[in-house]
Design a protein around this ligand. Structure first.
Ligand code: IMP
Length: 483
């Protein structure tokens, strides 16, 4: 590696010069990737940014890597060199044998043996990565790791500079930074992979349907080689969509039988070559069925009647609930935990939350009713707790806190029974409508001032069984004079 070290100080000069140039950011980053790969005598280098959810990595600049390799598929930050997410420098000696490589077969085709990856840090937070790839198996030295880490620091400063420049140029409260623009997964799909046009109208319709249900998708993110001639790929298959949450590729079919036959042939070959791949060939009816199977929508409909849009998909709710349960499990170790819920809206959330808390616990429910009519509404307990909570650590579990009046009443009631502690976990917080300032210790999602239904929440007794949380169409509320 000594000869590499000699090249490093030379490379720093070029990299610093590029970083300080007035060229467009993309060109600067590509130039840094090139200087880095050359200095390290590596086959290639890439600069990747995490999406805001820190789940996927998008390649924003690269050198020395084939288009096929760059389009090999969605890079899952938890499956591809996952230690980097923790801020660690990660070296893979043999990509074909190492479980930390997400696409070993694509690396094989590219003849990549070793990878070195370092985190890209901004204000101590991992926002991306810089990676180098070698053809020869390589034990990266300390000097290699130091060099690449310093390159990552320069890239981070370059990105900051790009942001600052953009802000100055825009001259107003432009908050969408160059970094975000490059890496963001806007609303749902990855912007870098959102196509400007689709190959077929049915694909566009399918993308809209996925957007409606807040299912993340990537359009044609990966091509799979199907046939080779003397090491050259002569046939490839590019599935239309990849749904990262379901780890599922989808190929849409048109109704033309000749095309279906050809696609079926390719699909059989694909499955034979890549048996671990989860891929489905769908026509329109099939994909509506598929969505229904995964709990999105009612069978046959493009939308659920009365729902304006989905705010949180089933997967998003599950992820958030698991994270909350993890924190609760950590905070309540060694204590006598009792979860208390108010029927009925909380049933879905309570069921999922308690299954993910890894501690012994008890569960109890209360029910309350509102007496309205023309008089002032007065909340009344119609079902009290079955067992005493005196001396126990009570966690009040709520579906939604709106004005805070219900929770305030229930908390007063519970504290009069002398629990050892009393805290609140709510899935949704409609903070904009708060009248009584109740303390919330664990919050799933903050939501805008909209009436939401699904996942236990109802509107006049309906919609509780939807697996997602959606905003009720405003016309419906006005029509019926609802809340
Ligand atoms: P609060 O007393 O105003 O905080 O209201 C809390 C209760 O009102 C919740 O437990 C729900 O039953 C109901 N609620 C408030 N907002 C919504 C909504 O957007 N959808 C469904 N129920 C709601």
């Amino acid at each position: 590696m000594d000869d590499r070290q000699n090249g490093y100080s030379q490379a720093f000069k070029q990299i610093a010069k590029a970083a300080n140039s007035s060229s467009p950011l993309k060109r600067v980053l590509n130039s840094i990737a090139k200087s880095t790969a050359k200095a390290m005598k590596a086959a290639g280098c890439s600069i990747l940014l995490l999406n805001p959810q820190k789940e996927h990595l998008n390649i924003i600049a690269a050198y020395g890597l084939s288009d096929l390799y760059l389009r090999k598929g969605a890079l899952n930050a938890h499956r591809s060199l996952p230690d980097i997410l923790e801020g660690k420098v990660t070296a893979i000696f043999d990509v074909s044998q190492d479980k930390r490589a997400q696409y070993p077969e694509a690396a094989g085709i590219e003849k990549i043996s070793s990878i070195l990856g370092v985190p890209l840090l901004q204000m101590g937070e991992v926002v991306g990565e810089v990676r180098v790839y070698t053809h020869e198996p390589c034990h990266f030295s300390h000097a290699d790791k130091d060099f690449l880490s310093t390159v990552a620091n320069i890239v981070a400063i370059t990105l900051e500079k790009g942001e600052l420049y953009q802000e100055l140029k825009a001259g107003h409260e432009e908050t969408v930074t160059e970094r975000r623009k490059l890496a963001e997964t806007p609303k749902l799909p990855s912007s870098s992979l959102r196509p400007s046009s689709f190959g077929h109208p049915s694909e566009e319709e399918f993308a809209r349907l996925l957007d409606f249900y807040r299912i993340e998708w990537l359009y044609e993110p990966r091509s799979f080689p199907l046939a080779w001639q003397e090491n050259r790929v002569v046939e490839m298959f590019t599935p239309d969509f990849y749904l990262p949450e379901l780890d599922l590729y989808i190929e849409l079919t048109t109704l033309k039988q000749s095309l279906i036959t050809e696609k079926n042939r390719k699909l059989r070959r694909l499955k034979a070559l890549y048996p671990e791949l989860n891929i489905k060939l769908l026509n329109k009816k099939d994909y509506l069925r598929l969505l229904a199977k995964y709990g999105y929508g009612r069978l046959g409909g493009r939308k659920v009647a009365g729902i304006d849009r989905v705010l949180f998909s089933h997967t998003q709710i599950q992820r958030r609930t698991t994270a909350l349960a993890k924190r609760i499990s950590h905070n309540y170790v060694g204590r006598q935990l009792v979860l208390v819920g108010i029927l009925k809206g909380v049933v879905c959330f309570m069921a999922d939350l308690m299954q993910n808390i890894s501690l012994p616990l008890a569960v109890d429910f209360m029910a309350i009713s509102y007496y309205g009519g023309n008089a002032e509404p007065a909340v009344k307990i119609t079902k009290d707790l079955d067992t005493s909570i005196a001396g126990l650590d009570v966690l009040m579990v709520e579906d939604i806190v709106d004005t805070g009046m219900t929770l305030n009443y229930v908390l007063n009631h519970l504290s009069s029974h002398n629990p050892a502690s009393l805290q609140v976990c709510t899935l949704l917080d409609k903070r904009a409508r708060r009248l009584i300032d109740v303390p919330l210790d664990y919050v799933g999602f903050e939501i805008p001032d909209e009436f939401v239904v699904g996942y236990g929440l109802d509107y006049h007794g309906e919609y509780r069984n939807l697996p997602f949380i959606g905003a009720l169409a405003p016309e419906l509320i006005e029509e019926e004079g609802g809340k």
